[in-house]
Write a protein that binds this ligand. Structure first.
Ligand code: PEP
Length: 253
């Protein structure tokens, strides 16, 4: 079975103490986790060491950076390298969140470099893709997402691409309370999988986890995650509320 993943994206929220309490509350729940059912916490950079410490005895819970820099090391004041992240035990990173694409002008080409450098350090990239509302209204979402995949990922060989996790996040559904219907999510996830199949073959395509992101909450997670090509979610707002995120974890297939 493909890995089912509940990934929390705290974004730039919570104090250290609030973050610690939230993590402790969620970790002590029995989420029925396994090698194929895992949880990832993408916490703000100053809390990564704390989070790695808290999950140290939890084999199915991981910590992610919300971003990485595209260069190995050097005179890049304020940036964080993948080697630094790996050295503290971070093993996942969100790459290409729409907020970074929009506010920090991250291009598909830059994101290709970030994905590549993550893989060099055995950090699993959670690669975000997804269209804005005008693209959806013009029915251009499939071509738009295909281009994001082609320009950022399809230069990777098969043995590397299988290590990438995809998060489909329609921009119009992020933080807006508007969720794509489970059918809309399934349609796009099937499209994304078909693009991987065309490029790398069915076996590779069927092994890649594709998460849905965009106003996932306890009340809609089961419906969305129940779709055959949806392998869990990347969750913003609802990941800040312990009971909500616990219910989302329990909604994984
Ligand atoms: C996100 O930040 O990736 C996200 C999907 O946010 P929200 O769940 O708040 O829409």
């Amino acid at each position: 079975m493909r890995k089912q993943i509940a990934a929390a994206n705290w974004k730039m929220n919570l104090s250290l103490q609030e973050g610690e309490t939230l993590l402790e509350t969620i970790i002590k729940q029995d989420g029925n986790l396994s090698d194929n059912r895992k949880v990832v916490f993408a916490v703000p950079a100053p809390y990564l060491v704390m989070a790695v410490g808290k999950i140290a005895s939890e084999p199915h819970i991981h910590v992610a950076a919300q971003n990485v820099y595209s260069k190995k090391s050097g005179a890049y004041t304020g940036e964080t390298s993948v080697a630094m992240l790996a050295s503290i035990g971070v093993d996942h990173a969100i790459i290409g969140h729409s907020e970074r694409r929009e506010y920090f002008n991250e291009s598909n080409q830059l994101l290709a470099e970030k994905v590549k450098i993550c893989l060099e350090e055995n950090i699993t990239p959670i690669f975000c893709c997804g269209e804005a509302l005008p693209v959806r209204e013009a029915n251009g979402q499939n071509d738009f997402v295909t281009r994001q995949l082609e320009e950022s990922l399809f230069n990777l060989p098969a043995e590397q691409i299988v290590k990438v996790v995809i998060a489909y996040e329609p921009i119009w559904a992020i933080g807006t309370g508007k969720t794509a219907s489970s059918d809309q999510a399934q349609e796009m996830h099937a499209h994304i999988r078909s693009q991987f199949a065309a490029k790398y073959g069915d076996e590779v395509a069927n092994s890649i986890s594709i998460l849905y992101g965009g106003s996932v909450k306890a009340s809609n997670a089961k419906d969305i995650f129940g779709k055959p090509d949806v392998d869990g979610g990347l969750v913003g707002g609802s990941s800040l509320i312990a009971d909500e995120f616990i219910a989302i974890i329990k909604a994984l297939k």
